[in-house]
Ligand binder design. Sequence first.
Ligand code: SF4
Length: 474
Amino acid sequence: MRNLEEQREYEAIQRAEEKVRALSVSLGRKPTACVVTFGCQMNARDSEKLAGILEEAGYEITDSEEADFLIYNTCTVRENADKRLFGRLGAVGSAKKKSPWRKLAVCGCMMQEEIHTEKIRKSYPFVDLIFGTHNLYTFPSLLDAVLSPENEGTLLIDVWDKADAMAERLPSRRKYAFKSGVNIMFGCDNFCSYCIVPYVRGRERSRRPEEILEEVKRLADDGVKEVMLLGQNVNSYGIKVPEEERSCFVDFPTLLARVAETPGIGRVRFMTSHPRDLSDELIEVIREHGNIARHIHLPLQSGSDRILKRMNRGYDRERYLFVTEKIRERIPDAALTTDIIIGFPGEEPSDVDQTIDVVERVRFQNAFTFLYSRRTGTPAAGFPDQVAHDTAQQGFDRLLSVVQRIAGEETAAHVGEVQEALAEGVNEDHPGLLTGRLSNNLLVHFPGEAAEVGQFVRVSLDEAHGFYYIGKRV
Ligand code: SF4
């Protein structure tokens, strides 16, 4: 049964549909819509929901930014993300003059910051709609409003500073037929000193387990084989919920087990874990369920206790090594990947040495390494001891060479094994090859037919090439 918010939004989709039908008559073709995503998996999932609503309203979804309805779903995690957006907006502005029926919307994390909405209001007046992360579920009403003739030429801005309600059952258009992200929670309460997420995505909110399980079942019924449970800190799922609702929630390991036990779901992934909160129960649930991916992404950020403290990460290197050793011991076939920031304020070469030392000990399958980027609005942006670019770059290069060497060695260690891969698509450069994803998240290219995309296949890993394999079906 739909709640009030869902009912209201479904009615708005119907109203928008009438307007899209009228536009279709005047254009003499079906209008098109495109959602461009910047940023993380959470944004990608939000974009699927936006595309689903546009499709339900009668648009044909396309990848072309020349679409009749274009949305930029923005990211603000890195300082220069805004430059990418504003460059794109300028180009669309001139095209829009020639086709005035076209609509342009901007949403996502960046729009939660007034400085950006103000800039659009002043410098890009041809934008039709701005909305934020908290009211994404009201997009049908906003779409209806933007398509209304009385709002022609007006910039509608609707950005909330927090979310009071969640509308769960709105349309969504999956990018892949066979795999899907599933949000289990929104926001973050951790306030790492370099990160803007808690300010733009709000405080932590967990979805009810029955809503999540119902969505997973619906996806399985629709042919989805792999789901990825999404949250900024999945390990704290269900913890910070109002006292009166506590009995309705379960913890993350229990939720993960229930998702893995859903008939039809061949593989479950999750992202992102926090080293402070990853529990023994979670490790055991992964161990006991062969269809939970043998891949744990556990952001380290730094291997130096001094820097971890300044980052407000809530753990030290000893805790990180303890958790990863336990994972290695209980789930020996699990690949560990991580995120590392180099050049954080106050970082010295000896801190980088400490980070490299953790990388050597843990032996990550891969590490996403970032040069620290000063993010306005975060505590770390105000730290006085910012690191010079050249110094940071030297540390980065030192780290990267170790990361790449170990990643290559870890990949090569599996050559000769036979593993199960989910065939994700036809290789773009070599159409006779399929690209499959292994449980440990590595890719394998092997000869196959397009009809096999979306299926699990057993593949021998014959040759290792850095981060991928060449193999064949067995
Ligand atoms: S855990 Fe830290 S880095 Fe991750 S989203 Fe929350 S505040 Fe940002």
